[in-house]
Design a binder for this molecule. Structure first.
Ligand SMILES: Nc1ncnc2c1ncn2[C@@H]1O[C@H](COP(=O)(O)OP(=O)(O)OP(=O)(O)O)[C@@H](O)[C@H]1O
Ligand SMILES: [Mg+2]
Length: 211
């Protein structure tokens, strides 16, 4: 017999929202939230897990040593980012700590009571971490041109163009993401264009969630 929590997970429409760095995932998620969707953001969960007293901190300390934990007891993000960018084994080790915790926490939130007609689960690297695909019924891709992507990330983060290009090169290609998505938002226009696309998809998700 199915456990009550997993039954709840599968009865409500859950859309996985993904896209490359800086393409507009968080912006789009906020617009869906305004229309009444429930949003679960795995980036936020990951941040909580790596705050002071977060569930991942003792595991990260044991696996990487105290050098990667700040004096305040949080994950030293800059240091860890540097390490995992250059070292694939370290990246995998960190993912093996974080991903199961993020999934467990996402499942809890997915099964929590909400009046929302459907849920949006924001997973930046959805295709790179297939275990998350079990939690969703559809994939929504937020896409934008490479030029806009680089300009937006540069403006927000202060990273150089070559650093951003290196991050993008590590992620799945745009063509592959598009091929694997059910719905696509092309985020190259102004705010009202984005809102129009979100509103049309919201209507579609409401219709789907009735069945
Ligand atoms: N249509 C748009 N026009 C102009 N700026 C935009 C547009 N959409 C998003 N932005 C800006 O681009 C930046 C990146 O957007 P956002 O944070 O939503 O992307 P993201 O995909 O969540 O990024 P990350 O991968 O870092 O989580 C933000 O500063 C946001 O305000
Ligand atoms: Mg974001």
């Amino acid at each position: 017999m199915t456990a009550p929590s997993s039954r709840l997970v599968t009865t409500r429409l859950c859309v996985g929202l993904t896209g490359g760095i800086g393409c507009g995932k968080s912006t789009v998620a906020q617009l869906f939230a305004k229309l009444g969707a429930a949003i679960i953001d795995t980036d936020e969960i990951s941040h909580q897990l790596t705050q002071q007293d977060g569930a991942a901190i003792p595991l990260i300390r044991a696996a990487f040593g105290t050098d990667y934990i700040t004096a305040a007891g949080t994950l030293d993000r800059a240091r860890m980012r540097q390490l995992i960018f250059a070292d694939k084994a370290a990246k995998l080790k960190l993912e093996n700590i974080l991903h199961p915790l993020i999934r467990a926490h996402s499942k809890l939130l997915l099964s929590a009571h909400t009046d929302a007609p459907y849920l949006i689960l924001v997973v930046p690297l959805l295709f790179e971490t297939p275990a998350f695909l079990h939690l969703i019924q559809r994939v929504l891709l937020v896409n934008c041109s490479l030029q806009n992507q680089i300009a937006r990330v540069m403006q927000r983060s202060g990273l150089s163009e070559s650093e951003i290009r290196a991050i993008i090169a590590q992620q799945l290609s745009q063509t592959e993401r598009i091929a694997r998505s059910d719905d696509i938002i092309q985020n190259d226009g102004a705010c009202d264009d984005l809102m129009n696309q979100v509103t049309a998809l919201h209507q579609r998700y409401l219709n789907i969630s009735k069945y």
